[in-house]
Every structure is written in structure tokens, then in C-alpha cells.
Design a protein around this ligand. Structure first.
Ligand SMILES: CCc1ccc([C@H](C)CC(=O)N[C@@H]2O[C@H](CO)[C@@H](O)[C@H](O)[C@H]2O)cc1
Length: 822
């Protein structure tokens, strides 16, 4: 029997080829002769979208059903990366589409590279949210990601004269085929104004909020497809718009700006992502953004719930809401406002529902990153929310008083209100009090949370505390990013590993197979050659693909210690200058990462890297044995190029500072060996891959505390370590800054007189460990064994495992398989 492939969903090559041409004509309004590469990308994107819509609509319908419990992941950031390639993998149609595009005389990878990536995040936290959405769908868990549709995402980074320059990220300028606007599901959000108590017609005491202005929230939905399943969950991102986009009254008074004032004001709300990745700035607009998407999302959940349910009594039975750090924490107070003020619940039952519904994930121990809002700003912007927070706090402190009678210090540290100088609302406290589960993102981090910043909460309700170690999706970070390695692994152990990552363990049986090891090296070599070509094209530096690719890509931050990496580079440089016959494998040092625009030390560290690179890359004495490359505009797309090409993964943060790290997992899953401290998830990676397959160095967290408690004197290391002194003096004398001694001196001074992240204390241990790396790399067979064992033992670090733990320990949700009905 002949199957008639309908053009909108057919998966055979010819049907796909025709469908692309149809969409080029009917959607892009172009025919091939005049079409641009971007037109073909759009036509292909719509062709792929057609082939996931059935899954999407069926999933939405099923998730609406009466007894289906869903996860709502609230995050101010979703770093999803480009969609096209990932959707082809998850739909399992990559090959057909590649062939169809080829038969149309085009190249699929070139079309994939055309896509602007939605840079709706800063770094780890935002990317983790995206990996988690992929795993939620792949595990067939009903879920929805709620966030903000920033018009401008994280800035594009240009390097000019070695300095970072920020360029506006106009990711929407050519349209976005992966989203569908849902204006019919818009909601209203109050801001400012005052509250008013009243007695309702049943004589009950009520409070209403009379806002100064109201903003409309319009949802834009993006499908999040699971891997080889029918589930396609939704990422719902809110855009803000003025209720009344034009005020005629003002216009008639000739106040033309006034006429569009609220329009501009409302639209500015979601204009841009805050590019800070730790230090907060307490900007009012940031709080507006947080409340805006939280209020929209909770109203949306309640509206959806009341379609099939007659009341909100079972809201916590059908919704598990996860707070991705404190950025959406105002949700605890907002759900109480909606339950009490709008749906007239009594306080206690409302609180039960609230506490049962929320879970809170902390992603950082850095005190400067814990959000606290000045009462003045909070009260003026969100008057009703502040009243509710006071009520939550009073009732909570009552319970504390009972458990810890006359313990003032506990009261003040646990209180949501920080009474010091001009008073603050502590969002982490609100999140802890309003959630039934609190988790860190790696075992060490979750322990440190209980011992340090959340100690008093742990003492109060230890049962709330748990850990869920981060993970990454093998679909984007292996199958899409490293098809060669994927092919080699699948040849050996089949392809179940892609969504059962523990199966990688089977690779261990091939570690003694010399031909497999050489195939393994061949794959890495080819990927490194690809990256070498990209580097030459992008920054004009010729690197040797046979050299050891030593890579550090992540946001620039002093605790991540990119400048310690540079101290090693200069040490090697000095050694080679003094002894050109030094027997070390040639190295290519590759850096990538953005600095928050206001973080001057981080920007100066970028200048240090580029300055040292300029000198070393152009020093003939070195005969290309050392190269230093700073790759601009590090993002998800560039990460997909870099992780597969690394030999050595730099995870060198000061112990106790990196909550988890996820880049460390992506490197290791692509066969790179790790040099790192016992920090974040490095601890668990080393546990899994084996200490013998991990280059460990540096002080441990207790040792760091020890050193600091005795008063740390960094200059002592300078005085006692000649090689270190040589390195710092070379920087100070302006050798890397064309004689300008001022340029990099602030970095040297910071290390000599403060060194808050203990670089000088860890220097020698790091250098020694790097020598072990060079020795190990000389024996390529040994290196390949270590690399194969690393990949084989990284099964734990799939985001599928993380999500399964959230489902079992925090959200109590079950998978629901989606039936495809026409
Ligand atoms: C308000 C500014 C701001 C913005 C983002 C953040 C994030 C919490 C920073 C972040 O991305 N943290 C990283 O989260 C990853 C995912 O859990 C971890 O792997 C990283 O260790 C952690 O630094 C803090 C403060």
C-alpha cells in the first residue's frame, strides 16, 4: 500500500525538499534564485516546525488534563542556544534533512550557522535551565518554562585592541520562526500605587491594590521537543506592553511624549537582560522584571488550573514550581496575594498550598550575589506584596520564637527583613521560608549552604534541605556538538546511551583496544582541526592542531581565576625563553568568556590575556610552541565548537566558590581531561572518573578557610617563590603592555596585597599539576586511556539524572506519554 506523504509532516527526503521550497515561496515570498541563505534557513525552520506541531499541540492538550501534575520552572534566564540543529536531532530527522538540503544545492551546517542564538541568559544558571527543559521533555514530564522575552539578550562581545566592547544583541531583527505569540492569553500586572482595606459583601476583611499603572503581559511560546518522544513542552516567555499604548488626552494637550509615555515605560520593562553574573545592582527595573514575569506566570497557571478544576484547593497537587535562584522568589508572596486577595482563601490554607508548591534552588555562595531589595524600592513598586511579606515574616518569626526562645541573633538572621541601616527584603530568606525543598547544585555546595549562608534555616527545618547535582543534556553537548565522537561511541555500544548515559560505562571494555584508541585520537584530531580553522578565520591566529588544546571558557570572574591560568602561561614562557630545549608538548591556550560591563577587574583580566597573547604569539624564539587565543563572544554556539576540541579542561576556581560548574561536565563528556580544584562538581567528577584520571591541585575548602582565618599574607609567596616573582615582575615592568607599567599593575597589586581568591597560595601546586599534564600528554596511549575512561564514567552528569532526582525528591511528578492524535 502506497503511503501518501503530506507535505506538512512527511519525513522522506523528497517531501522535505519540496516542503522547504513551498515555505520559501509561501512564507518567505522568495524563489530560490533570489533567496538569501537566511531565507532558506527560515524556510527550513518552518518546515521543521511543521513537523513538531502535532507533538506540541497534543502535549499541551494532555498537560491540561484534570489529573496531570506539571512542573513550572521559573527562571529569569533561559540560555537555549540555536534551535534548528537541536530540533533535527530530537526529531531524529537530521540525516534526511541534510540530504534534502544537499539535493537543493545547499549545505545544512551553513543554514544552521545562520540562526541568531537567543542569548536570554548570562551563563551557568541560564544554560542549566535550558538543559533541564530538554531533559523534562525527553523524560516525558509535563512541564512549562516561564521567563522573560528580552528584546535584547546578553551583549555581543567584540575585542578591540585587546579590550572587551559590548554590542547590543539584536537577536530578533530577522524574526524568530520558533516562537508563536499568544495575545489571547495576555494578563495584567499592577505596579506602584497603594492598598486599601475593605469589607466584602460577605462581611469578610479584604485588601485591594490600587496600582499607579498596569502593564500587559503577552506570552510567546516556543516548543521544547524531547529526544525521540512525542512530548514537546512549552517555553512561555512574557513580553510587556502598555495597556493603553496611546493617551489621546495627553496628545490633545500637546504633550506628545506624555501621550506615549506609558507605552515606552511598559515596553522598556523587558527591553534588556541584566548582563551581571553574580554581583547584583539592586536596580528597580530588575525588580520590575522579576515581579512582571512571576505575576504573569502565576496568573497563567491559575487560569489553566481552573479550566479543569473547580477550585485551587489542589493547586499544589497539580503544580510543582521551581525557583531558579532568588530571581523569581517574589513568587512566594505573589501566590499568597492571588490566593488571599483574589481567590479569597484564608491565610493558613493559602500558606499550606504555597509552601507545598514551591522548591528553591540556590546557585551561588557569593554573598554579593544574594539579592536583597531596599525596602524603599520594594514598598513603592509592590506595596501589597510588602504587606504580605510582613505577614509571612511575622507568622514565621512566631514559629522561630517558639523553637528558639529569646535568640535574637537567630531571629534577625532568619527574618525576611534585614533591619540594618536602610532595611532590605532578603529574597533568599523569603524563598527558604516559602518552599518545602531547598537544594544546592553539587554535593559540596549543598553542604556549604547548610554550614554557611543558610545555616540557621538548616537548623530550623533540616528536612527541607537536599542536593541535586547539576547535569547537562547529551543531545546538544554530544550528539549535536560532536557527531564524530557520537558515531564512534554508537558503533561500539549502540545509541541507547544518548538518553541512558550510564551506558557509556560499556566503553571501558574497549580501553585496551589500541585501534579503538587510535580511532578515538583521530576523532579528537579532526575536531581540533575544525576549531583551528575557525580560530584562524575569527582571530587570525594559526594554531597547531597537534598541540595540547588547554581550554578555559566561562564568564570572567576573579573566583574562576582566569588570571591564575595566565600565571602558568607566563611561567611556561619564561621557562622556554631560558631553556628552548625544554621537553614539553606544544600548547595552545584557548580562552573565552564575557565580563559584566561594570566589572572592571574582569575586563582587565581579558586585557591581560590578550596582551600576554600578543607577545607570546609573535615571539619567534618560541617557534609556535605556545599560542594564546581569546575567542570573542563566547556563547552556546561557540561552546558547541570548543568543548569537543579540548584536550585539557581548566576548572581552577578557589575551593568553595564555584557552586557546581557545568562546563566541566561538557568537556569531560567530550573526552577532555580536567585540571581542577576540589570545588563544586569537580569533586564528583573526580570521584566518578577516578583520581588517577584527574589532575588535582590546590587548597581544599577547609584549607582555604584555615588560611584566611590565620590572616593571609599573599606577598609571602612572592618573596619565597622565585619563579612566581619572575612572573609577576614581568607583568609589572610592562613587558606585556608595550612598556606601559600602569595598564596591568592593578591586577599585580590586587594579588600582592589582597589576593582574595588565593591565587598565589595555589600557584605552585597548580604549576606542579600542569607539569604532570605535560608528562601525561607525551604518552598519547596513556592519555587516550584516561580520555576514554573519563567519557565512560561520566554517565552521572546527564541532566536526565538530575531531572529524575528533582521529580522523585522534590516535584513528585510522573511521566505522561503523549499519544499523537491528528
Ligand atoms: C543578579 C545577578 C545574578 C545573575 C545570575 C546569578 C547566577 C546565580 C549566577 C550563576 O549562573 N551561577 C552558576 O550557576 C550554575 C548552575 O547551577 C553553576 O554551575 C555555577 O557554579 C554557578 O556559578 C547570580 C546573580
Amino acid at each position: 500500500n502506497v503511503t501518501i506523504e503530506d507535505d506538512r509532516t512527511g519525513l522522506d527526503i523528497e517531501t522535505i525538499r519540496r516542503a522547504v521550497l513551498d515555505n520559501l515561496f509561501y512564507i518567505q515570498g522568495k524563489f530560490p534564485a533570489i533567496a538569501t541563505k537566511h531565507d532558506f534557513y527560515m524556510a527550513l525552520a518552518y518546515t521543521v516546525r511543521d513537523r513538531l506541531l502535532q507533538r506540541w499541540l497534543n502535549s499541551v492538550q494532555t498537560n491540561l488534563k484534570k489529573d496531570v501534575k506539571s512542573v513550572a520552572y521559573l527562571s529569569a534566564e533561559f540560555l537555549v542556544g540555536p534551535h534548528l540543529g537541536n530540533n533535527l536531532i530530537n526529531l531524529d530527522i537530521y540525516q534526511q534533512v541534510e540530504q534534502a538540503i544537499k539535493e537543493s544545492g545547499l549545505n545544512l551546517q551553513e543554514l544552521i550557522d545562520t540562526e541568531e542564538e537567543p542569548g536570554l541568559g548570562n551563563g551557568g544558571l541560564g544554560r542549566l535551565a535550558a538543559c533541564y527543559l530538554d531533559s523534562l521533555s525527553s523524560l516525558e514530564i509535563p512541564a512549562i518554562g516561564y521567563g522573560i522575552r528580552y528584546e535584547f539578550g546578553i551583549f555581543d562581545q567584540h575585542i578591540q585592541d585587546g579590550w572587551q566592547v559590548e554590542i547590543t544583541d539584536k537577536w530578533l531583527q530577522y524574526g524568530n520562526p520558533w516562537e508563536i505569540a499568544r495575545p489571547e492569553s495576555s494578563v495584567m500586572v499592577n505596579f506602584g500605587g497603594r492598598t486599601e482595606a475593605y469589607t466584602d459583601d460577605h462581611g469578610a476583611f479584604r485588601v485591594r491594590w490600587i496600582p499607579e499603572y498596569v502593564v500587559k503581559g503577552i506570552p510567546y511560546d516556543t516548543p521544547i521537543l524531547g529526544y525521540k518522544v512525542n512530548t514537546a513542552n512549552t517555553l512561555r516567555l512574557w513580553r510587556s506592553e502598555a495597556c493603553e499604548s496611546f493617551n489621546f488626552e495627553r496628545f490633545n494637550q500637546g504633550d506628545y511624549y506624555g501621550a506615549v509615555d506609558s507605552k515606552v515605560h511598559s515596553e522598556n520593562l523587558c527591553k534588556v537582560l541584566y548582563p551581571n553574573d553574580e554581583p547584583i545592582q539592586g536596580k528597580e527595573l530588575r525588580l520590575q522584571q522579576q515581579y512582571f514575569f512571576v505575576c504573569c506566570s502565576l496568573q497563567d497557571m491559575i487560569r489553566t488550573h481552573l479550566i479543569e478544576n473547580s477550585s485551587l484547593d489542589n493547586f499544589d497537587q497539580l503544580w510543582a514550581i521551581q525557583l531558579n535562584d532568588t530571581h523569581p522568589a517574589v513568587a512566594v508572596a505573589e501566590l499568597m496575594r492571588l490566593l488571599v486577595d483574589v481567590h479569597h482563601y484564608e491565610w493558613e490554607p493559602a500558606w499550606q498550598i504555597t509552601e507545598n508548591t514551591f522548591g528553591y534552588t540556590n546557585h551561588t555562595l557569593l554573598p554579593e550575589a544574594l539579592e536583597k531589595w531596599p525596602l524603599s524600592i520594594f514598598g513603592r513598586l509592590l506595596p501589597r506584596l510588602l504587606e504580605i511579606i510582613y505577614e509571612i515574616n511575622n507568622r514565621f518569626l512566631e514559629r522561630v520564637r517558639i523553637k528558639f526562645p529569646d535568640n535574637g541573633s537567630k531571629m534577625s538572621s532568619l527574618s525576611i527583613i534585614d533591619e540594618s541601616d536602610d532595611k532590605y527584603v532578603r529574597m533568599a530568606n523569603l524563598a527558604c521560608i516559602g518552599s518545602h525543598r531547598i537544594n544546592g547544585v553539587a554535593q559540596l555546595h549543598s553542604e556549604l549552604l547548610k554550614e554557611t549562608i543558610l545555616h540557621d534555616f538548616y537548623a530550623l527545618f533540616p528536612e527541607k534541605f537536599t542536593n541535586v547535582t547539576n547535569g547537562v543534556t547529551p543531545r546538544r553537548w554530544m550528539v549535536l556538538s560532536n557527531p564524530r565522537l557520537t558515531e564512534l561511541i554508537t558503533q561500539k555500544i549502540g545509541n541507547r546511551w544518548i538518553n541512558h548515559l550510564d551506558e557509556l560505562k560499556q566503553l571501558e571494555q574497549f580501553v585496551d583496544d589500541a585501534s579503538f584508541r587510535s580511532q578515538w585520537r583521530q576523532v579528537k584530531q579532526e575536531v581540533k582541526q575544525d576549531l583551528a580553522k575557525y580560530i584562524e578565520k575569527k582571530v587570525g591566529i594559526v594554531v597547531n592542531p597537534a598541540s595540547l588544546f588547554d581550554v578555559q571558557v566561562k564568564r570572567i570572574h576573579e573566583y574562576k581565576r582566569q588570571h591564575l591560568n595566565v600565571l602558568h602561561i607566563i611561567t611556561l614562557y619564561n621557562r622556554l625563553k631560558h631553556n628552548p630545549n625544554l621537553d614539553i608538548p606544544p600548547r595552545t591556550f584557548i580562552f573565552g568568556g564575557k565580563a559584566a560591563p561594570g566589572y572592571f577587574m574582569a575586563k582587565r583580566i581579558i586585557k591581560l590575556i590578550t596582551s600576554v597573547g600578543d607577545v607570546i604569539n609573535n615571539d619567534p624564539d618560541l617557534k609556535d610552541r605556545l599560542k594564546v587565543v581569546f575567542l570573542p563572544d563566547y556563547n552556546v554556539t561557540l561552546g558547541q565548537r570548543v568543548y569537543p576540541a579540548a584536550d585539557l579542561s581548566e576548572q581552577i576556581s578557589t575551593a568553595g566558590k564555584e557552586a557546581s560548574g557545568t562546563g566541566n561536565m561538557k568537556f569531560s563528556l567530550n573526552g577532555a581531561l580536567t585540571i581542577g580544584t576540589l570545588d563544586g562538581a569537580n569533586v564528583e567528577i573526580r570521584e566518578e572518573v577516578g583520581a588517577e584520571n584527574f589532575f588535582l591541585f590546590g587548597l581544599t575548602t577547609p584549607q582555604v578557610a584555615e588560611v584566611k582565618s590565620h590572616g593571609y599574607y599573599p606577598r609571602g609567596h612572592y618573596d619565597s617563590n622565585e619563579e612566581l616573582r619572575g612572573v609577576l615582575d614581568l607583568i609589572s615592568c610592562g613587558f606585556f603592555s608595550r612598556g606601559n607599567r600602569e595598564l596591568l599593575q592593578p591586577i599585580v597589586d590586587n594579588l600582592l596585597y589582597d589576593d582574595p581568591y588565593l591565587l598565589l597560595a595555589d600557584y605552585q601546586s597548580y604549576i606542579n599539576s600542569q607539569e604532570e599534564v605535560s608528562e601525561a600528554y607525551k604518552d598519547q596511549e596513556r592519555w587516550s586511556r584516561m580520555s576514554i575512561l573519563n567519557v565512560a564514567r561520566m554517565g552521572k552528569f546527564s541532566s536526565d539524572r538530575s531531572i529524575q532526582e528533582y521529580c522523585d525528591n522534590i516535584w513528585k511528578v510522573q511521566p505522561v506519554s503523549i499519544k499523537l492524535q491528528a
